[in-house]
Design a protein around this ligand. Structure first.
Ligand code: PEP
Ligand code: MG
Length: 538
């Protein structure tokens, strides 16, 4: 048995035979053509066909994953018909008298090199798109059979998968996929998650031909892949599948029901998201709101600052999608474990105690103000709460509020719509904030407790260190005392208090939260129903 460990995009288990997927551009003939113009015409025919394929792919993707994620195929269509690209292929055929597929491959390579060598990180990333569209064109030219040519139901193993390859996966045949490379934010993983295909990405080890046809189990709950599993693993995994079926059926029963105890006490269950793409899961799991949208992921997924408009579109998508339910968007929480190279931050000896979150924002209004402006513009499209991370003082809130007031005036002058009553809240995640929570509560409209950092800073135990993870006691009396103190301060000031750190999904704490009067817990979308079910049983 070989065990591979990667990151999983979807919690479910698949069992099947492993088929290795190879990109289809390795059988290109280098033979010369006699009639160059006829070959150019052949290229144009293929171009039209590939363009139609992309149009169909866009329509198919739009219905399944929504317009935003499908837009990649529209962008690829533009790239495919770009006059420079088309002209270069024609030129190559004329000069070298090669077949069109060889000309496309050579052109793709030179375009990829040009893009990869550019300064602008957005343009650098286009190299992968050129590669993908060219591969599609070559597939048409060498007239390979449609689809992946997969036999029966299989688990797909590949070095990596492009967005179009992922989108083209036949969901009835591909039970799961495993890739050597890739992150959870790669397009392939995102599309797989949205398509409901369990994927384990970034296993590190090469998926070699020797594994072809091997009985394989993909455990999407843990990100583990078992190739040629032993009897015991097979039995355990089959038991896990059966258990999960029962769990899922029971969970579906609480969809649409309120999160209240048998005595009628309410504790709302919201979802945490990192991107508008996660909205589909929040909605699918019937979240009562978004308790934490970690906006820094808009910055982490790329190599340059997102523009105000890009941020506005992302926030608007979430606010409109939640249709009037509360959406709490946290302003940039960069720093500590979330480093972004283009911020060019100086090296810190202890980044968790360094220039992070609100500290960076207040030091860099050139970054902070566009985000606040994007948030205020988006506030016209739903029920927004703006939340500030890592607060330690009243001063930080007041300085932010003065930026907000300034931007509101500017928007009003320009007649740009925004909600004048948009709520401003804070993460209470430092011991300092907890201890002065009574003062802070008078300054804001809501609190949300970030237990991940609150525990780390109170216990002086690095949340990144797996050895500390084993030692830390999240139910330590100091933590419980701080939590209760924060909730009481909020309620004395007449504002709401939620919990959006991982302790929000600590089922053994729900009874305490209800007793203290916590207003909401915000958890990963896939856990909303588990928490609601437990609350209803109390
Ligand atoms: C927290 O600290 O509990 C929290 C929710 O924020 P993050 O995990 O993003 O630091
Ligand atoms: Mg935090």
């Amino acid at each position: 048995m070989l065990v591979l460990q990667g990151k999983s995009a979807l919690g479910s288990i698949a069992i099947g035979s492993l088929q290795i997927y190879h990109h289809k551009d390795n059988s290109i003939s280098q033979e010369k053509v006699e009639d160059v113009e006829a070959e150019i015409e052949r290229f144009h025919q293929a171009l039209r066909e590939a363009e139609d394929n992309l149009k169909n792919l866009y329509e198919k993707a739009k219905n399944v994953v929504g317009e935003e994620d499908a837009a990649i195929f529209q962008a690829q269509e533009l790239m495919l018909t770009d006059p420079d690209y088309v002209g270069s292929v024609e030129e190559f055929i004329r000069t070298n008298k090669n077949r069109a597929e060889a000309a496309v491959k050579a052109t793709a390579l030179s375009f990829e090199n040009i893009f990869a060598g550019m300064e602008d990180s957005y343009m650098q990333a286009r190299a992968a798109d050129v590669q993908d569209v060219s591969r599609q064109l070559i597939n048409v030219l060498i007239a390979e059979e449609e689809g992946t040519g997969l036999k029966g139901k299989i688990i797909l193993g590949a070095k990596d998968l492009t967005p179009s390859e992922t989108m083209n996966l036949d969901k009835n045949k591909v039970l799961a996929f495993v890739t050597t490379k890739g992150s959870l934010t790669s397009h392939a993983a995102i599309l797989a998650k949205t398509l409901g295909i369990p994927a384990v990405v970034g296993v590190g080890k090469e998926i070699i031909n020797a594994y072809q046809g091997k009985y394989t189990i993909v455990d999407g709950f843990t990100g583990t892949v078992y190739i040629d599993p032993d009897e015991k693993t097979i039995r355990l995994m089959k038991e896990k599948i059966e258990k999960n079926k029962v769990v899922e059926a029971a969970l579906e029963e609480v969809i649409g029901k309120p999160s209240v105890t048998k005595e009628g006490k309410s504790l709302q269950v919201y979802a945490n998201i990192s991107s508008p793409r996660d909205l589909v899961h929040a909605l699918h799991n019937d979240a009562e709101g978004i308790g934490l949208f970690r906006s820094e992921f808009l910055y982490l997924e790329r190599d340059n600052y997102p523009t105000e408009d890009e941020q506005f579109e992302a926030y608007k998508a979430v606010l409109s999608g939640m249709r009037g339910k509360k959406v709490i968007i946290r302003t940039l929480d960069i720093g500590a474990d979330k480093q972004v190279s283009y911020f060019q931050m100086p090296e810190e000896s202890n980044p968790a105690l360094g220039l992070r979150a609100i500290r960076i924002c207040l030091a860099r209004p050139d970054i902070f103000k566009p985000q606040l402006r994007a948030l205020l513009r988006a506030s016209a499209y739903g029920n927004l709460g703006i939340m500030l991370p890592m607060i330690v003082s009243v001063e930080e809130i007041r300085r932010t509020r003065s930026y907000i007031d300034e931007i509101k005036t500017e928007l009003a002058t320009k007649r740009i719509p925004y909600n004048p009553n948009v709520q401003l809240g804070i993460m209470v995640e430092t011991p300092a904030a907890a201890l002065i929570s009574a003062e802070l509560a008078k300054e804001v409209d809501f609190f949300s407790i970030g237990t991940n950092d609150l525990v780390q800073y109170t216990m002086a135990m690095d949340r990144q260190d797996e050895r500390m993870e084993k030692l830390v006691d999240t139910h330590h009396p100091a933590i419980l005392k701080l939590l209760k103190m924060i909730v009481d301060s909020a309620h004395e000031a007449g504002i709401r208090c939620g919990i959006c750190g991982e302790m929000g999904s600590d089922l053994s704490m729900l009874e305490n939260y209800i007793k203290w009067g916590v207003d909401e817990v915000s958890v990963t979308p896939g856990f909303v129903l588990n928490v609601r079910k437990r609350i209803r049983e109390l």
